[in-house]
Design a protein around this ligand. Structure first.
Ligand SMILES: [Zn+2]
Length: 205
């Protein structure tokens, strides 16, 4: 069983507002379809995050900046995931952390790691009455047949059984297994929210 993997934004947690390692974007025109191909470029190999917001540091840190959607967890959470053999990430990078000037006398900032989520699952597009159109065989860009997605239906047959996974059709959206939910809850890890998959991921907080 899968759940959406979301940040709990209802509490006064700090969050990452920016990744300073984002250098910019390279832009080119796809020779096949003529669409613009935009990809972020980075300096160094680990995120360099600016933290803002509340003084409570969650185990699952929300990232609101530009560039790739990051999945950032505390060292405590990562140690527990490693011990419990949580699957679905193939790499983790130690983030460089900088505090916004509003944080004074703060010295209990956890170490944070950015997980490269490798597990995957996909939507059941047919059941959603949704299809890709004008798919480019060269750059892979496409348009959805409707602008409003409506109900999301996840096709669990496409799930590789990873405890953390991304949605292949919308890679910014992450999901997790019930084993993952149990591990987070039994270890009181802070900052996670697991809305049921019957709710659309964009409307749940
Ligand atoms: Zn193209």
């Amino acid at each position: 069983m899968l759940f959406w993997l979301k940040n709990d934004v209802g509490k006064k947690y700090s969050y990452a507002s920016k990744d300073l390692s984002l250098a910019g974007y390279t832009r080119s025109i796809c020779p096949n379809c003529g669409r613009e191909v935009v990809s972020p470029t980075y300096i160094g190999n680990a995120p360099h995050l600016i933290l803002e917001g509340g003084r409570k540091f969650p185990d699952f840190l929300q990232f609101c900046g530009a560039g790739n959607r990051l999945t950032i967890v505390s060292e405590n959470a990562l140690n527990i995931f490693e011990r419990e053999s949580v699957s679905g990430y193939d790499e983790y990078l130690n983030c460089q952390i900088e505090l916004a000037s509003t944080f004074k006398d703060v010295n209990n900032v956890p170490n944070y790691y950015s997980l490269n989520v490798s597990g995957s699952v996909d939507l059941d597009l047919q059941a959603m009455h949704l299809r890709r159109k004008k798919v480019c065989s060269s750059c892979g860009q496409f348009e959805w047949s409707r602008t409003r997605i409506g109900v999301y239906i996840v096709d669990e047959k496409t799930w590789d059984s990873s405890d953390i996974c991304f949605l292949k059709s919308m890679p910014g959206i992450k999901l997790c297994s019930s084993k993952f939910v149990e591990i987070v809850n039994s270890n009181n890890l802070a900052g996670f929210s697991f809305p049921p998959i019957s709710l659309p991921p964009t409307f749940v907080k």
